[in-house]
Design a protein around this ligand. Sequence first.
Ligand code: ADP
Ligand code: ASP
Ligand code: MG
Length: 453
Amino acid sequence: MTRIYPHIVVAKFGGTSVADFDAMNRSASIVLADKDVRLVVLSASAGVTNILVELAAGLQSRDRLDKIDTLRTIQYNIISRLKQPDAIGQEIDRLLLNISRLAETAEHCATPALSDALVSHGELMSSLLFVEVLRERDVETQWFDARKVIRTTDAFGCAEPQIAETAELAEKQLRPRIEQGLVITQGFIGSDDTGQTTTLGRGGSDYSASLFGEALHAARVDIWTDVAGIYTTDPRIVPQAQRMERVSFSEASEMAAFGAKVLHPATMLPAMRKDIPVFVGSSKQPSAGGTLVCRHAENPPRYRALATRRKQTLLKLHSLHTQPACSFLAETFAVLSRHNTAIDLVTTSENSIALILNSSCATSGEADSLTTSLLTELSSRCRVELETGLDLVTLIGNELTQASGVCKDVFAELEKHHVRMICHGASEHTLCFLLPAETSDSAVKALHRSLFE
Ligand code: ADP
Ligand code: ASP
Ligand code: MG
């Protein structure tokens, strides 16, 4: 009999939660413990996407073979623990062969489209293996290709989802399958309207999970990772960081946008649009609880958390005094807009503008938005200065511009730090400052001690 599930829960498991056979089994137990989980969204096994990104950049034959060997080892460490490894082994071999062909092409002609096609294999492999792990526990599931539903632009490496098309495709292609049983799919990947594979940017599986949740009107999205919730700062930087039981959409969204890696920066957008609570917990310790992100959190504190966004580039533009200050601003932003350059933080003086370029989305390195053509155009209009090796530290909180003493609380702790830029005032929720990368962790530790411990 076909059952209708009005309360669909989407469960996403990150790289460490599907890193090996034991991790996959732990994640499978979490799925089976909650009958409302109807859709499982998986990342590639830990380390796999990094290798695929290297291959996509175009490696020479010897390095390429080494990397593909490492990929094979990761997959076969899982396959060898299965009771019936043959059929799935052949399937994974076929994908490894595809990887090897695409990587060979990349050596001669690396393109963003080829890169996404190649990188998508990590999620394809982990999801196939997870279906097998469940089958050996006598649970029949359906493997589903996320590219049939997640429709995106063709901005390879950092594609934008098309919400209306995705919702329509989910209704047609996915809902009927979910009504038949548990469905396993991939995070991170989608396709454009010509059917080419795209990706949502590094860490994009969280975003996929909330996009699926939105498209299916899910009751909840669960993000299972390697930490038992969202903490007052990255517990890798500050072991004393405390788990937050409940945070609001806007607080979590600011944390993600300003570098808290536990959530992809865009994860909260679909959840906010459809008012879907998001739970974050640890797949290693599911009983340890986690954080619930929902529309409102009671008694929001003045200071909520600290986040670090690494590898920032400071672009300083100085007017040549040939035009009035107001047209210098207008023309500069018109140039940036023509070059599709995402700027989220700005300070200005009469003759200069300082901008932070965020390069945390795409698969390549520092300041990928700073193209040669953009630099050439800017240099023809003003004097350009660039500074790299910087981290953006953000204090996330509530009504930060309404309270007195916020700046004293923060900058008293930063007395010995070389603060390169400060942004405060536009948002009620953030106070950001730019520091040399080598000193940002010590600033976060000092601030955490004084504001949270
Ligand atoms: P996954 O592979 O499951 O997606 P990620 O590595 O992307 O996991 O995200 C989990 C990591 O996010 C944690 O190991 C932690 O170091 C980091 N992190 C950064 N900021 C925070 C925070 N405020 N709370 C919890 N974890 C955080
Ligand atoms: N596998 C992709 C990455 O490593 C997506 C994800 O894990 O969220 O970036
Ligand atoms: Mg992640």
